[in-house]
Each structure stands twice: as C-alpha cells, then as structure tokens.
Design a binder for this molecule. Sequence first.
Ligand code: ZN
Length: 360
Amino acid sequence: MFTTPIVVEGSWYAAGSSRRVPARLCSDSKGTDQFDILDQATAEVLAQARLTEIKVSSRIGNTTRFVGFPAGKFTSNDHASLDRIAQTQTPKRWSGLAHRLESHRKFIAATAAFMLVFGWCVYAYGIPGLARVVAMHLPAPVTEQLTQETLIALDRTLFSPSTLNAEEQTRWLEHFQPLLDDYPYLTLQVLFRDGGDLGANALALPDGTMIFTDQLVSLAEHPDELRAILLHEIAHVHHRHGVQSVVRGSLMALAWGLLVGDSSATAELVLTAPLVFSELSYSRRFEREADDFARDAMLYRGMDTDHFGRIMLRLTYDGRCETLEACRTLGEPESSLSKYLSTHPVTEERVQRFSGSAAD
Ligand SMILES: [Zn+2]
C-alpha cells in the first residue's frame, strides 16, 4: 500500500473514554491497507482498522488532527504523515482546501479587498444608479399612493393645519402660480401647514405636492425668497429625489437584510419614510442639483439670485445676520428655528454659488 511504512506518534482515546494513552499509528508492514494503533510503552495492539474504515480530519494550520477508528480516536500533530494517509484515502480536489486557504493569506487578503471594493461600488454607484432608474420609471399611481400615505402620516404626527388665513394663502399661491405654470409636465401644487417640531421647512412629495410650513413663510422678507425655495423644491420633484431616496433606502435595507438575515431595518425604513421627503434627508448631490436648477430658473426669469442666499442665511442663523461676512463672525450656526440645513453644513458654499451667479 505504502512504499515506505507510515509511523505516526500521537495519542489514543478508546471510544467512550477520555483517558489518553501515548500511542503510535502504524501502517501494515506486509503492504496491506490495514492500520494498527500500538501502545507506545508496551507495543500492545490497541486497535486495528482498514484504510476505508478510518477518517483523517482536514488540516487547518498546525492544529492537532484526529484519525477516527471504529474503536476510538487517534490524535497527532505529525501533519506530513497524516497527509500521506489522507491523500491516499481522498485524492479529491477539495482535500486540504481549508488548510490551503488558511495558508494562502495573500489570497484571502486579496479576496477580502476585492469584496470591500465591490461592496463599496455597489453602495456608491450600483444602488444609487438602480434607484435612479427605478424612480424615473415608477408609474404615477405608485407615486400618488406614496404621496397620499406620506401626507396622512405627516398630518397625523408632525403637522397641524396652517395658521395662515385664506387670503394669505391665496396671495402666496398667486405668487407661485407663474412658476408652477413653467413646468406643465409636472403636476405641481403647494400646500401650507404648521410645521410643529419640523419648524421652518419645505417638502417635495413624489407626485409634485410641495408643502411650505408657516414658519418658513413667516421668515420670508421678499416674495422672491420663497419663490427661490419653491424652484428648489420643484427641482426635487423634477429629478425625483424623494422617490430615489426611498428606493435607495429600500435597496440598502434589502441588501443589509440579505447580508445579516435581519428584516427589521426594512420595517424601520418604512416607518421613517415620511421624513425622507423633507430637506433633512437629501444628499449633498441632490441639494446641489436642486440648487443648480433653481439658480438657472431664477436667472432665466430675471430674478435676483441673492434672494435664495438671504433666506438660507436667515434659516441657518435664526436671522441673527444678513450677509455671509456677518454670519461668518458668528461661527457655527445653531438654529433653533429650523432644522432645514442642519444636515447640510454647506450653507456658505450654497449661498456663494447663488450670489456668484448674479455677477456672471
Ligand atoms: Zn433641497
């Protein structure tokens, strides 16, 4: 069977016993496929078995391995000899795979690095790209349903009916109407609500319904300030940023759920969906897109683009400063009035882009 006899030093544990006996595993000297377990001290035969009856455990690093006999278990660290037996027994492709993987740390590190890069690509490009495609093709009944449910949830939890009287509301809607008419392919409408804890804020829901809180309206010192915000919100509807955020969040939750087998993340997302449409949750890229859209539309209509920057600064700094220079001296903004920009500490950059465009 073996051209040179195999002798492996180790320990023997008889079946059902935890007593360790120093022993030796020997191949048969007559060339048969029989193995003997001999007591190291007395050379007494403790067990015998044929090659097909024994089972050699896989090699994992240098950990102790065992050879299973019908009558017990032999353990040893003589990997070279045990490998010879194992190879004869299982000349299979997968034999020793665990050990080979363990000893190929570079391969494992490379695999881990690849998975990391792949995961990041999926996170950074795959999911947002897929979310954009899905959002753009979501049929109108779905976006209408999403809007209705979100609005009901918001009215129940955050909002109260607007304290603006009918005249004020009508006046603002008249200010807004010419801008809404510029986008006949969108079904736009503006609603007013008391923002409650949300404070001064504006929301763009997927079907084109936009909500202005009373607190935001009362902050405006010029109609064009709110019209600038309106154009920014129209941009969110135009680019379907809200739906993209929801779809992206769902895909992330789904991916996470698949990864860790936990679906609670999905449930959490559904519960927080209403806030996905508020200014609190849009990504910086979405804000930039919306700002560009609003600035171009203002320039097209001959509006003073500084109006956007003015109301932004008032929102961010609670009206404690009017110009970027004055606001800079106040340091970090701490707005209790509004959380409109709390997740976007880039007011300065945004204000500058609008004021810069006036001079272009
Ligand atoms: Zn926005």
